[in-house]
Design a protein around this ligand. Structure first.
Ligand SMILES: *[C@@H]1O[C@H](CO)[C@@H](O)[C@H](O)[C@H]1NC(C)=O
Ligand SMILES: *[C@@H]1O[C@H](CO)[C@@H](O)[C@H](O)[C@H]1NC(C)=O
Ligand SMILES: *[C@@H]1O[C@H](CO)[C@@H](O)[C@H](O)[C@H]1NC(C)=O
Ligand SMILES: *[C@@H]1O[C@H](CO)[C@@H](O)[C@H](O)[C@H]1NC(C)=O
Ligand SMILES: *[C@@H]1O[C@H](CO)[C@@H](O)[C@H](O)[C@H]1NC(C)=O
Ligand SMILES: *[C@@H]1O[C@H](CO)[C@@H](O)[C@H](O)[C@H]1NC(C)=O
Ligand SMILES: *[C@@H]1O[C@H](CO)[C@@H](O)[C@H](O)[C@H]1NC(C)=O
Ligand SMILES: *[C@@H]1O[C@H](CO)[C@@H](O)[C@H](O)[C@H]1NC(C)=O
Ligand SMILES: *[C@@H]1O[C@H](CO)[C@@H](O)[C@H](O)[C@H]1NC(C)=O
Ligand SMILES: *[C@@H]1O[C@H](CO)[C@@H](O)[C@H](O)[C@H]1NC(C)=O
Ligand SMILES: *[C@@H]1O[C@H](CO)[C@@H](O)[C@H](O)[C@H]1NC(C)=O
Ligand SMILES: *[C@@H]1O[C@H](CO)[C@@H](O)[C@H](O)[C@H]1NC(C)=O
Length: 359
């Protein structure tokens, strides 16, 4: 009798799948055993809210990677883990990525991206209400995460059931909005931020081009760096022609689709907010982008994540002020419908085209 019960108890999880509570208890215990005690208490808190329970439930099936800040990382982060349950949950969600990337992390300078569980709409405004991504790469010293202008190192690894645990030496920061990102001198694009905020859109005098980009849901910006803007004689020549400036900067933007660097390959077609096609090429010195075959700009820093999309810093202004309104319109429409029907990636993000040229 006792023997039968024990066998049943042992078999039950295998037959019916374990409950998420069991999964979470085991995870908290495993993290504690591994010395990740601060992360363990943050994880235990998943138990106490319905959104947290959903996170634990999601985690208990499929393949996942947890970027696990060490105790040291938490102690040097300006965060009060116990004060605001929503912040704790959002922060933790940003450290959990869908997929097992053991054999799928690209060597630097190529970047790998994964879809996290962070989707609080006050912090993420991607197309189709997608969750925020995390970007990392495999350098000569091992895996590092690109985060808020810094790199965060993976210092250790372990496994809990279906969860690859990568121990990191800093708490990851959730991407900021586009305008704060552009204004940060780290990215060398503050002149662009100034230019975009000085252009008022014709339909609304009090709205600047920067506001429009900042309020978009799902945007890709090829951002000329400070010296690119300074040396682009064409921009001075266009002042104060707002129509021409909006056309020019519109050819630096993909409206409605967040396109990350893995998609910058020959044959992937994206249409700009002004309706012109983007073209990419790669050679031994890096990856280049052009608008409709105009000049080639070198992508100096890719995958700067923002709350509503991504910025790629380039070394020259794309000299194209042509406009194709119908191509721009149909691209935005199709981007919106594609985003709505996308399934959540369970491996690297952005390796296949997510939208194509408007027809
Ligand atoms: C979650 O809550 C249940 C019920 O209150 C409890 O039995 C369990 O130990 C808790 N798990 C964690 C990880 O705190
Ligand atoms: C987990 O990943 C393995 C390969 O790494 C794959 O075969 C399996 O289907 C994945 N499981 C789920 C639930 O995605
Ligand atoms: C965190 O916030 C809580 C509640 O506001 C407070 O009681 C606690 O002392 C704070 N902890 C730290 C380390 O600041
Ligand atoms: C890196 O990315 C480039 C451009 O996308 C691609 O051509 C190349 O094959 C990639 N290299 C590796 C090692 O994945
Ligand atoms: C800009 O980013 C850098 C690198 O992360 C950081 O040190 C700096 O404080 C940031 N500045 C602002 C204003 O956010
Ligand atoms: C990695 O984790 C193992 C197991 O806990 C531990 O023995 C080792 O010291 C850790 N290494 C580093 C660099 O933290
Ligand atoms: C992840 O994939 C690797 C290689 O396929 C495999 O050895 C490992 O067990 C997987 N990890 C988990 C947690 O499933
Ligand atoms: C990036 O870092 C700076 C300071 O290091 C901070 O002011 C800013 O808020 C950080 N960004 C995010 C999204 O946490
Ligand atoms: C402004 O630029 C547009 C588009 O390039 C052009 O059609 C228009 O003639 C320009 N207006 C003036 C006043 O130069
Ligand atoms: C991109 O455009 C080229 C030229 O029009 C076409 O040959 C190619 O099939 C397109 N690729 C995709 C992925 O739509
Ligand atoms: C994106 O397209 C929508 C719909 O046409 C439009 O309202 C919005 O201003 C566009 N945004 C940009 C940055 O072009
Ligand atoms: C593009 O869309 C806008 C707003 O939806 C509309 O006013 C304009 O006529 C459209 N243009 C074309 C060429 O379809």
């Amino acid at each position: 009798m006792l023997f039968t019960s024990l066998v049943l108890l042992t078999l039950l999880p295998a037959v019916f799948g374990q409950s998420w509570q069991q999964y979470l208890n085991g995870l908290v215990q495993a993290l504690n055993t591994y010395g990740l005690t601060t992360l363990a208490s943050a994880s235990a808190a998943l138990n106490s809210s319905s959104i947290g329970q959903q996170v634990a439930q999601s985690l208990s099936t499929g393949n996942w990677t947890l970027f696990a800040p060490s105790n040291q990382a938490f102690s040097s982060a300006p965060i009060n883990l116990t004060s605001d349950p929503t912040s704790v949950l959002n922060l933790l969600s940003y450290h959990i990525v869908h997929g097992n990337f053991t054999e799928q992390t690209s060597p630097y300078p190529n970047i790998t991206l994964g879809r996290t569980l962070l989707n609080d709409s006050s912090l993420v405004q991607l197309e189709g209400n997608k969750s925020q991504v995390l970007a990392w790469s495999n350098g000569s010293d091992g895996i590092f995460v690109l985060n808020n202008g810094t790199t965060v190192s993976v210092v250790n690894k372990t496994v809990y059931q279906n969860l690859q645990v990568l121990v990191i030496d800093s708490v990851l920061k959730i991407p900021q909005n586009l305008s704060d990102t552009l204004s940060n001198s780290t990215y060398d694009v503050t002149t662009l931020a100034g230019a975009l905020s000085s252009i008022n859109v014709p339909t609304n005098d009090s709205t600047t081009l920067l506001n429009v980009l900042n309020n978009a849901s799902g945007i890709t910006l090829f951002a000329p760096n400070n010296s690119a803007i300074a040396t682009a004689s064409c921009i001075g020549g266009l002042l104060p022609n707002t129509t021409a400036l909006i056309a020019l900067f519109g050819n630096h933007v993909i409206n409605g689709t967040t396109v990350y660097s893995p998609a910058f390959t020959n044959g992937n077609n994206y249409t700009s907010a002004s309706g012109e096609p983007f073209v990419f090429k790669t050679n031994s010195s890096g990856v280049y982008v052009s608008s409709a075959g105009s000049n080639w700009a070198h992508i100096m820093r890719s995958d700067v994540l923002t709350s509503n999309g991504v910025v790629h810093v380039i070394d020259s202004v794309l000299l194209d002020k042509k406009v194709n309104t119908s191509a721009a319109n149909s691209t935005y429409q199709s981007a919106t419908s594609v985003a709505a029907s996308m399934t959540i990636e369970t491996g690297p993000v952005g390796v296949a085209p997510t939208t194509s040229t408007g027809h």
